[in-house]
Design a protein around this ligand. Structure first.
Ligand SMILES: Nc1ncnc2c1ncn2[C@@H]1O[C@H](COP(=O)(O)OP(=O)(O)O)[C@@H](O)[C@H]1O
Ligand SMILES: [Mg+2]
Length: 334
């Protein structure tokens, strides 16, 4: 259960087509992340799957059955909304039970499902509290609990962590990943944050302007981005992309080297420049380097604390075997 297939799906708002014909298979049990810049159509795509928006053309199949014209409630999917959608006057128990009450489910079955959800989400000690008496992370768990009790064939998440502060976001990210490992239910998760995508996904779908740029595991996208867009989007800090004479040396229009694939050397290197900003994180040092003659500012990651500072000369050797090459159309050269 939980295989979702999009076949030649399009979506237009008025005369504006935001999703050109799109094919995509989300496999049973997979954690799939849609990632891309703001406005690229991630939420629209998720809402089409949920049935909250009608598709303009094409078909959506869920577990082999045409679901194109099914209302959301009949699709067997659960959308997880942000925690502020909780009812403030209801206890955690009542909030979680709410969709089952609405469906007029038998009380004994409701209790069973709510207790099981509270157990899996570590909410048992808070079950009689109201949302106002919970932390942000606990509230988010209640929102997820409300989806779990419906026993959906897939969970759909639309940027559920974007309102949380950075530390909480990292914690919840782990919790949702753990939950997926335990439930093994299909999850489709939308985010603009490529770090979230990289850390959570089995499979990442990179979108730009409604078009799928690449589908792959996090490491497939990291190692073999199929075009310049994916190369620049996946990875933090960003891959250095260099055009012009230097790229021509490698028979490419653009060469790409990740910051972690450029070594800082003593004295002169193959590339040389001056340090603009040095970011000392302790575990790593990020250098932003000017005056390399390569046309772009370079970002370089050195392991540990390297004591070069603003204005210092720096010599660099890019690792040739880690270099990516792209043609004039921006496509990867094998
Ligand atoms: N209801 C709507 N009416 C008109 N345009 C919309 C509507 N919803 C989304 N759009 C447009 O569709 C595009 C994709 O939006 P969206 O799916 O929300 O992007 P994302 O979630 O990736 O930020 C945007 O250009 C947005 O302005
Ligand atoms: Mg969105």
């Amino acid at each position: 259960m939980g295989q979702i297939e999009l076949k030649q799906v399009t979506k237009s708002f008025g005369n504006t087509q935001v999703i050109p014909p799109l094919d995509l298979t989300i496999h049973e049990g997979e954690f799939t992340v849609f990632v891309g810049p703001s406005g690229c159509g991630k939420s629209t795509l998720l809402r089409l799957i949920a049935g909250l928006e009608d598709i303009s053309s094409g078909h959506i199949e869920i577990d082999g059955t045409d679901a194109t014209s099914l209302v959301p409630a009949k699709r067997g999917l659960a959308m997880v909304f942000q925690s502020y959608a909780l009812y403030p006057h209801m206890s955690v128990r009542k909030n979680i039970a709410f969709p089952l009450k609405m469906a007029k489910m038998d009380q004994a079955e409701i209790d069973k499902r709510v207790n099981a959800a509270a157990e899996v989400l570590n909410l048992k000690d808070y079950i009689d509290r109201r949302p106002g008496q919970l932390s942000g992370g606990q509230r988010q768990r209640v929102a997820i609990g409300r989806a779990i009790v419906r026993e959906p064939s897939a969970f759909l998440f639309d940027e559920p962590l974007s309102n949380l502060d950075a530390a909480l976001r990292v914690g919840m990210r782990l919790e949702i990943s753990e939950l997926h490992k335990r439930l093994k239910t299909t999850m489709v998760y939308v985010t603009h944050d490529q770090v979230e995508a990289m850390t959570m996904a089995d499979k990442i779908v990179v979108l730009q302007a409604g078009v799928i740029e690449q589908i792959g595991s996090p490491l497939e996208l990291y190692r073999t981005p199929r075009n310049v867009f994916v190369a620049g989007f996946i990875g933090s800090p960003k891959m250095n992309l260099i055009t012009g004479e230097e790229a021509a040396k490698y028979d490419a229009h653009t060469i790409g080297v990740r910051p972690e694939h450029i070594d800082v050397v003593d004295g002169e290197g193959e590339w040389n420049g001056t340090v603009g900003v040095a970011e000392h994180l302790g575990s790593d040092t990020f250098f932003h380097i000017h005056n390399t003659g390569l046309g772009e500012m370079l970002t370089v990651r050195a392991i540990g604390d390297v004591s070069l500072k603003h204005g210092d000369k720096i010599g660099l050797n890019p690792r040739k075997n880690e270099m990516h090459r792209f043609d004039a159309a921006g496509l990867r050269i094998a």
